[in-house]
Each structure stands twice: as structure tokens, then as C-alpha cells.
Design a protein around this ligand. Sequence first.
Ligand code: NAD
Ligand code: UDP
Length: 325
Amino acid sequence: MHLRKRILVTGGAGFLGSHLCERLLQLGYDVLCVDNFYTGTKRNIVHLLGDPFFELYRHDITFPLFVEVDQIYNLACPASPVHYQNDPVQTTKVCVHGSINMLGLAKRLKCAILQASTSEVYGDPDVHPQPETYRGNVNPIGPRSCYDEGKRCAETLFFDYRRQHNLEIKVARIFNTYGPRMHPNDGRVVSNFIIQALRNKPITVYGDGSQTRSFCYVDDMIEGLIRFMNTPDDVTGPMNLGNPDGFTILELAELVRDITGSASEIRFEPLPADDPVRRRPDISRARNILGWEPKVGLREGLSKTIDYFDDFLRTNGMLQARLAI
Ligand code: NAD
Ligand code: UDP
């Protein structure tokens, strides 16, 4: 007989996963972190290894997994364009085969399962901001499709398991999230700009920088995911989670330069293929159902993230030399 709820976090050694594991342990859960370290690292969770209620298991979720748990957060999947385009077939596999395996596990255990879906399911949206009812504008054959369509198919699987097997599902559509432990070399805009600014290198703005994004600080996102997981059975989502404040990429570059006091110039570079022009969540559903909205503003969140990367670059001299940016 176990008293603590046992929680499986796939992708638990990644950026979001490591924060989720940490928070779940603080809340008194027993956490099983499953990761194949494709983009995650032991460094992200090394501080948790001494906790007797934390367990780490190296495993690729495209293969079946047999464990006993009470809830599953399915986060395993490379998340940045650079990483998910590195091996696009594996990206679709982890979304589809990985979801089938984790849904099969949830079905056997009759437990709730939360899927880390993404705002990318909206593609390059022509409705703005995006409510969950918007069906998206996704290119099925472009360089981002392995991820966008993989995540869309995963959503289909989740809702079919709901209809067919009455599984308790929670589909969260996560919008751009940032914070400490973002991978320093994954090409995402916040980490790129911060590292470039801290090293006084040019800040690379793709296109003219007028494309917009909304940036959610990691602590807010983790709070939203945990609240969503613990809603009644009939709350399935999809549920947008993200910060509703929109910024242009150029504004972000200027803010990072301002906070770091960097001497970096801003350098304009070509826009990648299928780069969405604008993206911002309508979070009315999360506000109403979860009573949730982000609390950390961009300046405050960036300052914490900058402190993290400043420390990271100081203590990882070798790694710094290998950074491509
Ligand atoms: P991340 O790359 O830091 O974490 C993903 C983790 O999954 C890594 O630890 C990686 O090693 C692991 N992983 C990948 N393939 C695996 C496999 N086959 N088996 C087991 N583990 C595997 O990315 P993140 O930013 O923490 O994203 C976590 C989840 O949230 C992803 O599913 C991502 O699609 C989703 N998401 C993130 C964002 C964001 O802004 N960070 C936005 C939308 C959606
Ligand atoms: N971007 C940029 N410079 C960079 C990295 C990204 O201008 O060094 C832009 C990118 O073209 C996109 C936005 O920042 O318009 C967000 O990119 P990211 O890869 O972080 O996430 P996306 O929202 O595209 O998945």
C-alpha cells in the first residue's frame, strides 16, 4: 500500500520536465522521471537524485514501458525547431508511437494522462489570438511538420482513447515558455538572445523582427500544468497555457540587451521557412476552469533567466567554447 501518489514524468530531464519533477516532489509526490537524454541532461535533475522519492529511468518512450503509477505527464519530445528538425522521423515517432505507448500504459493503469501539446498545432494562424476552437493553419509537408503534425496526431490519439476507452485525458497546448535550464544551444529565441547578449555577440533577429510571440515563465507554466492535471475527469481540454502578453521579436531583443546592459549589436538574418508571423494564446478557458493566469512579467522572468545563464556560462567554460551562437 503506497500513501504518496506516484507520478510518471516522461521527458523529465528536459527543461519543463525537470521543473515539473522538482515541483511535484515539493508537493509530496513520488516521482518517476523517464528520459532517454536526447535533448535533456542529467545536469537538469542531478539536484533531485538524492531525494528518496525521486527515481530516474533511462528509457525511450517509442518502446513500451511497464511501470505502476497513478498519473502520467507525457512531455517527452524534442521541443525546439533546431532539435526536432535534427531527426524529423524520430520526432514524429516520439509524438505518435510514444503517445500510443503512454496511452496504453494509462489505459492499463486506468490513470489520468496529460499530454504536452503545443501552440504549433495552430501553425501559422490566421485567427489571433488563438482560442482552442481554432483548427489551425499547418503545412503538412514543411520542415516544421514532423513536430506540428506529430503533435496534432498525438492530440487525435488522446481524444480517441477518451472516446474509445473512456481514458482520463488532459491535453495542454503549451505556448512559448522560457526560464532557467533551457538548453543553451537549442536555437530558441530567448536562450539565443540571452547568451548572445551575455557574450557581447550580435543578437540574431530573424526577418525584420516584427513577428510576435508571447513568453510564459516556466514557474507559471508548471503551475498551470499541475492545476490542469488535477481537474475533474470531464475536463479534457484542449487547454491553452501561455502568457497572453504579445511582444515582437525585436522588442524582445531590445529588452534582453537592456537588462543585460550588453554592447551587442542587433543583426538581422533570414527568416526560417514556415516561421509563424504571430502567435498569442487566448487563455479564457484556463482562466475560467483552472483559475490560472501567468503572474511573472517578461522583465522579471528574463532577469531570472539571465542570472541562470550568466552563472551557467561562468561555470561551464568548456561548454561555452562549443556553443554555436
Ligand atoms: P526539452 O527538449 O528540454 O525536453 C524534452 C525531453 O524529452 C528531453 O529531456 C528529452 O531528452 C526527452 N525525450 C525526447 N525524446 C524522448 C524519447 N523518445 N523517450 C524519452 N524521452 C525523450 O523540451 P521542453 O521545452 O522541456 O518541452 C517539453 C514538452 O513540452 C515537449 O513535449 C514539448 O513539445 C512541449 N512544449 C514545450 C514548449 C516550450 O516552449 N518549452 C512549447 C510547447 C510545447
Ligand atoms: N528567432 C530569432 N532569432 C533567433 C532565434 C529565433 O529572431 O536567434 C525568432 C524565430 O524566427 C521566431 C521566434 O524568434 O520567429 C521564436 O522562435 P523559437 O525558435 O524560439 O520558437 P517558435 O515560436 O518559432 O517555435
